[in-house]
Design a protein around this ligand. Structure first.
Ligand code: TRP
Ligand code: SF4
Length: 405
């Protein structure tokens, strides 16, 4: 575990700025962010440096992608009053932490991250045998650790990166968390939580360390969580001591798998730009209609009179995402009996997508008209993010022996 429960409340996630967002991003990520922002302290950022690791040959598209993506977020309902929205490259502290972490990260850890080889295979047309691309997941670790984020909402493909982050944090704490006088400071901190609590703490610690009792660890963490008269530093010492390590400087984050419905593409595969099967978030209504009208259906339905099987048809996937039970029954029945035609069947989907996009498109238009507002939101977010990032970095510098002036 080794995660500081008090930071569990902070959520951090980023999105690469490599092109237009589509309905897959909306259902898979953005809707989730919009929900999370009401429950947690959220930091969401445009990962422009991560975009450059694969798109370093076209700097020209960067700026437009960044602003478009942020407008998409705002239009989808990410609220700057609830979440901090910022741009990675405007918080250069991420880069310094990346550099410092690189000192103690074994090369093998990065070479073994599955996305490293996978992406090189997949993006054959690009030369990804670069230093920056190998460091991609470590930069991501810096993104996460610099905010001491507890939860990182990501898709399946990113779990390995969060896993790496946990290992890096563990190694960092192990190397640098042994401050001089640690034991004495722990004793002093225990005095502050009172006799009864420290006795309980020690019992729980023993149970966890000697018997591996995970419940005891949890109870111990909850106990520390409820102590209000100790400093953050003392709390982190006690968290570390509870688990048998030193002070926790960088808490280990947890991946938060997006419980998203699978978003189908126009061809039945997952919606993804590289499959050319997307409907973009702000796609023009005529195009939405055209794309859906021309999308393939169950190949068994050659003629209108041929019955079909919805499960073999990508349109059905859209009904699963967009249609209520009665419409789905109408599809099932009409398709299998050849009672309805495919054009007819697609209409409720077309209507639903257009209806979903309408308010998004309208809100986006307002922001597009007022770029000053968008830039102010981001400037404010960057400031807020930097304050948090600076504090972590000061701490990291100190523990790595770089605090001299
Ligand atoms: N690598 C992530 C992706 O491709 C984007 C990302 C960069 C990220 N830094 C992050 C996600 C930090 C979560 C936390 O989707
Ligand atoms: Fe697909 Fe609907 Fe046509 Fe059946 S009727 S094949 S579900 S589009």
């Amino acid at each position: 575990m080794n995660s500081v429960a008090s930071h569990h409340q902070r959520v951090l996630s980023g999105m690469r700025t490599t092109g237009e967002l589509h309905l897959g991003h909306y259902h898979g990520v953005l809707k989730n962010w919009v929900e999370l922002q009401h429950e947690y302290e959220c930091f969401f950022f445009a990962a422009d440096w991560h975009a450059l690791t694969t798109h370093y040959e076209d700097p020209g598209v960067m700026e437009k992608s960044v602003w478009n993506m942020i407008i998409d977020w705002l239009a989808a309902g990410v609220n700057p009053g609830s979440a901090t929205i910022f741009i990675q490259s405007r918080v250069p502290e991420h880069a310094e932490l990346h550099l410092l972490l690189s000192m103690m990260t074994p090369l093998g850890w990065l070479e073994r991250v599955p996305t490293y080889k996978d992406q090189q295979e997949k993006l054959k047309e690009k030369d990804l045998a670069t230093y920056g691309f190998l460091g991609y997941p470590l930069l991501q670790s810096a993104d996460i650790l610099i905010y001491k984020a507890g939860l990182v909402p990501v898709g399946e493909d990113q779990v390995a990166h969060v896993e790496l982050t946990r290992e890096v944090a563990r190694r960092f704490n192990h190397l640098y968390g042994k401050e001089p006088g640690f034991e004495e400071r722990v004793d002093a901190a225990l005095k502050k939580i009172g006799r009864k609590n420290s006795k309980l703490y020690n019992e729980l610690r023993k149970r966890y360390q000697e018997q591996g009792d995970a419940e005891a660890l949890k109870t111990g963490q909850a106990l520390l969580e409820s102590q209000h008269n100790i400093s953050l530093g003392d709390r982190e010492r006690l968290f570390g001591h509870l688990e048998g390590g030193g002070k926790i400087i960088l808490p280990e984050p947890q991946a938060m798998l997006t419980k998203s419905s699978k978003v189908p593409g126009l061809d039945g595969q997952k919606m993804s730009k590289s499959y050319h099967n997307v409907i973009s978030l702000r796609e023009a209504p005529e195009l939405v209609e055209k794309k859906l009208k021309t999308m393939p259906t169950d190949p068994a339905r050659v003629r209108r009179t041929d019955p079909g099987t919805p499960e073999k048809c990508p349109v059905w996937e859209f009904h699963l995402l967009y249609s209520a039970e009665d419409v789905r029954e109408w599809v099932q029945d009409g398709c299998q009996t050849a009672g309805i035609g495919c054009v007819e069947c697609k209409q409720p989907v077309i209507d639903a997508v257009l209806k979903e996009q309408q308010p998004i498109r309208e809100r986006a238009a307002v922001f597009e008209e007022d770029m000053k507002l968008v830039k102010n939101i981001v400037a404010e977010g960057c400031e807020k993010a930097r304050d948090v990032a600076r504090a972590t970095l000061d701490d990291v510098r100190q523990h790595m022996g770089l605090a001299y002036r």
